[in-house]
Ligand binder design. Structure first.
Ligand code: F6P
Length: 472
């Protein structure tokens, strides 16, 4: 373990654990590993929750992976078909609790998947998410028994309960276009799926406090409307519950952009607090007009009035000036320090060339490990530090039902895009985020969609960058 050049704090990582008397004896992590075990009937939004949780925990730096029992079932069925030449029938009767053969096969698939989770955790993973219905006490007890054979693994059960007919109908539609039913005619698919859910309902047992004396669980009711937390003991479980408590399903857009060009950008200086250049002022004006138009045209599928647009900027002059043309009577405008650019310590106000000449070792160290490298000098930050200070912003973004435009900076835009698009942390530090680029993220039930726009100083307008629609 090496020490950072500027302080006593060991680098890398936001979390470290002391493991011995030696001053250098640290493990780059905190607390035990976790298995997040999903519980719930089919079409209750489990996979939606799983995807979001995976994205958040990975973004926080915890190595997280999802293990889906349904995928294992389909793979095994396909393999058995090849081997035996017989069609494997996974219609609703396969999920009948009285169908003993199928039940034992389903239990086996779940336990095999859990074993895969545990192997992965033992090989260096931090959080394994077991995505399945796990809807009976007996199944959950088997999971608890299996995990208790391992030394450093905690379980958090997350039960998703959904009674909102609109959400149920939407989840059902998603299921019908999913891998079990997409090749089937819609009426028979819908009938079979409803029979499958009815079969699960016959055996379903909600989680109860006395299932196991140590059971740690949360119940998410109607995708975050109500959350019940029980016996939350670990740091990771606390993070998960807090995050899930704040999510909502409102249809809205999240827009991200860097500030308009600043005087420092013109000469290649990093950091600082320069005002906008003339080109930057032009971008600011165009941005307000474009966003007002986008706001008017945004259509939700469920309501006729589009959500309100909130504008958040950093507290640096170039970002505040970029939002200058938004009318505060029409838009809720907030400036927050959380969104300030990565602070470059003693390198603030220098060009990259100057840094390379004056601090060649630091320049090299940053190129080698850009995510963990912390700029030397008072207040100097790393990308890892930036992620930590962005946590409250992410939770607030999940909580709010408004559309939000975030006017910020290059490192911050990278970090926010990494969260929304599940981009690995080490990869995101080099994402190309030019000035004049505007990103729109729309949350869809199956994941986020990213659309990129570009402002041209020649045509004085924004246009969508073709072939740059990404989806996760
Ligand atoms: O150059 C603009 C800028 O926003 C700097 O203020 C900041 O230090 C830098 O970009 C972040 O990008 P990178 O991490 O690639 O140096």
């Amino acid at each position: 373990m090496t020490f950072g050049p500027n302080s006593w704090t060991p680098v890398p990582g936001a979390f470290i654990q002391k493991v011995g008397k030696d001053v250098h004896a640290y493990k780059n992590e905190i607390g035990p590993k976790a298995v997040v075990v999903m519980v719930g009937l089919p079409a209750r939004g489990k996979s939606y929750i799983v995807k979001k949780l995976k994205r958040y925990l990975s973004w926080l730096g915890f190595k997280t992976m999802v293990f889906n029992v349904g995928n294992r079932r389909r793979t095994c069925a396909a393999e058995a078909e090849v081997k035996t030449g017989c069609k494997q029938n996974h219609t609703s009767d396969f999920f009948n609790p009285n169908n003993e053969d199928a039940k034992s096969l389903r239990d086996q698939l779940a336990m095999d998947t859990l074993n895969e989770v545990i192997t992965w955790l033992n090989e260096g993973g931090k959080v394994g998410i077991l995505d399945a219905t796990n809807s009976t006490k007996a199944r959950r007890q088997r999971i608890i028994d299996r995990c208790s054979r391992e030394s450093d693994i905690n379980i958090l059960f997350v039960e998703s309960i959904c009674t909102d007919p609109k959400v149920l109908a939407r989840n059902m539609q998603l299921k019908l276009s999913g891998p079990d039913y997409r090749d089937q005619e819609s009426e028979s698919a819908s009938e079979d799926f409803q029979a499958r859910v009815a079969n699960y309902e016959r055996a379903y047992q909600t989680i109860e406090d006395d299932e196991d004396e140590d059971i740690q669980y949360c119940k998410i009711i109607n995708v975050g409307k109500k959350v019940i937390a029980h016996n939350i003991q670990t740091f990771l479980a606390g993070q998960c519950v807090f995050y899930l408590m704040n999510m909502n399903l409102a249809e809205r857009q999240i827009w991200l952009t860097r500030h308009g060009e600043s005087l420092d950008n013109q000469v290649g200086k990093i950091g600082g607090d320069a005002p906008l250049s003339d080109a930057g002022c032009e971008y600011a004006e165009a941005l307000a007009a474009f966003m007002a138009e986008q706001q008017r045209n945004f259509r939700c599928s469920e309501t006729s009035t589009p959500p309100q647009l909130t504008v958040w900027t950093s507290m640096l002059r170039r970002a505040v000036e970029t939002a200058e043309h938004f009318n505060p009577e029409e838009f809720d405008i907030k400036h927050m320090k959380f969104l300030n650019e990565i602070y470059a310590g003693i390198c603030e106000g220098m060009t990259y060339k100057e840094i390379e000449e004056r601090y060649p070792e630091d320049f090299k160290a940053r190129a080698t490990s850009k995510f963990y490298y912390r700029y030397p000098g008072m207040g100097g930050e790393s990308y890892c530090d930036v992620i930590q200070r962005l946590c409250p912003v992410i939770v607030e973004l999940e909580r709010t039902r408004n559309s939000v435009l975030i006017v910020t900076h290059r490192a911050l835009t990278r970090s926010l895009l990494a969260y929304f698009m599940d981009i690995p942390l080490r990869q995101m530090t080099n994402l190309d985020i030019p000035l004049n680029a505007l990103y729109c993220i729309e949350a869809k039930p199956y994941g986020n969609v990213l659309i990129k726009y570009e402002y041209s100083h020649v045509t004085k307008s924004f246009s969508q960058v073709e072939n740059d629609v990404q989806q996760i």
